[in-house]
Design a protein around this ligand. Structure first.
Ligand code: LRH
Ligand code: MN
Length: 397
C-alpha cells in the first residue's frame, strides 16, 4: 500500500522535529593530522568561541541544542570551570552535552591509562574519570562518553587479560559514582594510536565492559571505528537487540578513522543505520540514543562543515524515516528480494530536500542553512575578530 503525500509529510515533520544531533566542541578548533595542522583564522580556541559557533549552527539548523565537551580541552581546571560554562550556556542558549574524559594525551599514559600496568597511573586515570563524572553532574549532563587510546604496539609486550581486569575494576568504580540520571558510554576502536592490540577494540568488548560496569553503562558506536569490511548496521541491530546501544559518533571515512564529514563517502551506510533504528522504534524497543558528530575539519571551513553535516544527517535520517516499513516487512517475509531492495534503495534515492526545506520554513528556520550561513557573513566576522592571534596553536583542539 503506497503512502499518501500527506502521510509522508506528517511523518517527515514528526521525524525532523524529533531529530537532534550533538556537535563536538573540537569540531570548531584547529585540528590536523600527524603531518600537520592547517590553521583557519575563524577557528575557535576558547570555550566561549566554541559555544558561540555552536549557537550559530543551532540557529541555522534548529537541530543542535547541545555541545559535546572534552574535559582537558574545554574545562582544563575541571569542576572549577563549571560556573563559566554554565554562564556560557545561558549566554548562547546551548546546553553542555556529553562529557568526554581525556585519557590519551598525558605523557604518563604512554603504556595506557585505566589499563596501564602501573597501579599508580591507573589510579590517576581513574581520578580523571571520576572528575569527569562530577563535571557531568555539576552541568546536569546525562552522558559521560569514554574513549581510551589504551593498547600496545608489539606482540608479547603487554598482558591483554590483565588489562581487561584492570579496566573492569575501574569502570565498576566509575559506575558506582554515576548520578541516577547519568550514563557511561563506552566507545570502541579497533586500532590507532595502538597498532597491535586496543583494549576496547570492538562492540563485543565494549558491551562486555558496559555490562560488567553496571546498568547505566552502554555502548557508543563511532562509525569511523570499524574495519572497512564490517557491516556496521548489523552491529547496530545487535546493540539494539541487546539493549546496549547508547549513541553514535557520526563521521565518514574512505580508509580508517578519517573523521571526514558525514555522508561525504558512503551516505548509504548512515541511511542503513538509521533504518535499523526506525524499525526498532516501530517494534517499541526502549531506546535512548545520543546522536553526536565526531569529526575533525582539517581542510573544510569548520562551521560550514558542521552545518553541512547537520543538514546531511537530517536528510539521511528523514530518507530512512520515510521507508514504507510496513510494505518492506511483507516483502522481507515473502523473500521478494528485488521488490524489497527496490523499495529500500528507492527511499534512499528519493530527494527529501523539498520536505526538509518545508519543515524549516514551517519552523521559522532558514530554508537553506548553508546558504544562510554564507549570507550571514558570520565566518568572515569571526575570522576578522579571531584572525589576528591564530598563528601559534598548541594542543590538538
Ligand atoms: C577517538 C575519538 C574519540 C574522541 C576523539 C576526538 O578516535 O573518536 O571519540 O575522543 O575521537
Ligand atoms: Mn569518536
Amino acid at each position: 500500500m503506497k503512502l499518501s503525500d500527506s502521510t509522508l509529510q506528517e511523518r517527515a515533520f514528526k521525524a525532523l522535529d524529533g531529530f537532534k544531533i550533538e556537535i563536538p566542541s573540537w569540531g570548531f578548533a584547529n585540528t590536523g593530522t600527524r603531518f600537520g595542522k592547517f590553521v583557519q583564522a575563524a577557528a575557535a580556541t576558547t570555550i566561549e568561541e566554541k559555544f558561540a559557533d555552536a549557537a550559530e549552527v543551532n540557529k541555522l539548523t534548529g537541530a543542535t541544542p547541545t555541545l559535546a565537551l572534552h574535559v582537558l580541552w574545554d574545562l582544563p581546571d575541571g569542576v572549577k570551570d563549571v560556573p563559566e560554562v554554565r554562564a556560557l550556556e545561558r549566554k548562547f542558549g546551548v546546553k553542555s552535552g556529553s562529557i568526554n574524559p581525556n585519557l590519551f594525551q598525558d605523557q604518563e599514559y604512554k603504556f595506557g591509562s585505566l589499563c596501564n600496568p602501573s597501579a599508580e597511573i591507573r589510579e590517576r586515570a581513574l581520578e580523571h574519570m571520576l572528575d569527569s563524572i562530577e563535571i557531568g553532574k555539576a552541568l546536569g549532563s546525562r552522558d559521560v562518553s569514554l574513549w581510551m587510546a589504551d593498547g600496545s604496539n608489539y606482540p608479547g609486550t603487554q598482558s591483554m587479560r590483565r588489562r581487561v581486569e584492570w579496566l573492569e575494576e575501574a569502570l565498576r568504580t566509575s559506575h558506582e559514582r554515576l548520578g541516577p540520571n547519568q550514563r557511561l558510554l563506552v566507545e570502541y576502536k579497533p586500532f590507532e594510536p595502538a597498532f597491535y592490540h586496543t583494549d576496547i577494540a570492538d562492540w563485543g568488548m565494549a558491551s562486555h565492559f558496559a555490562r560488567a560496569a553496571g546498568p547505566q553503562a552502554c555502548v557508543l558506536v563511532d562509525t569511523g571505528h570499524h574495519y572497512s569490511a564490517q557491516n556496521i548496521e548489523q552491529v547496530v541491530a545487535w546493540l539494539l537487540h541487546t539493549n546496549m546501544l547508547g549513541g553514535f559518533h557520526f563521521n565518514d571515512r574512505r580508509y580508517a578513522d578519517d573523521d571526514l564529514t558525514l555522508g561525504s563517502i558512503d551516505p548509504y551506510q548512515i541511511f542503513r543505520i538509521f533504518h535499523e533504528i526506525h524499525v526498532a522504534a516501530d517494534d517499541g524497543l526502549a531506546m535512548e540514543i545520543a546522536y553526536m558528530i565526531d569529526q575533525s575539519h582539517n581542510l573544510k571551513g569548520k562551521i560550514e562543515a558542521m552545518v553541512q553535516t547537520v543538514v546531511t544527517a537530517q536528510e539521511l535520517y528523514l530518507k530512512a524515516a520515510l521507508v514504507n516499513r510496513e510494505r518492506l516487512a511483507e516483502l522481507q517475509k515473502n523473500c521478494e528480494l528485488v521488490a524489497a531492495e527496490e523499495l529500500f534503495r528507492g527511499a534512499f534515492w528519493s530527494d527529501v530536500r523539498p520536505r526538509t526545506r518545508a519543515w524549516r520554513e514551517a519552523r521559522g528556520l532558514a530554508a537553506d542553512p548553508l546558504e544562510a550561513l554564507r549570507a550571514s557573513g558570520y565566518v568572515e566576522k569571526i575570522g576578522r575578530e579571531r584572525g589576528s592571534r591564530s598563528s601559534a596553536v598548541s594542543s590538538y583542539a
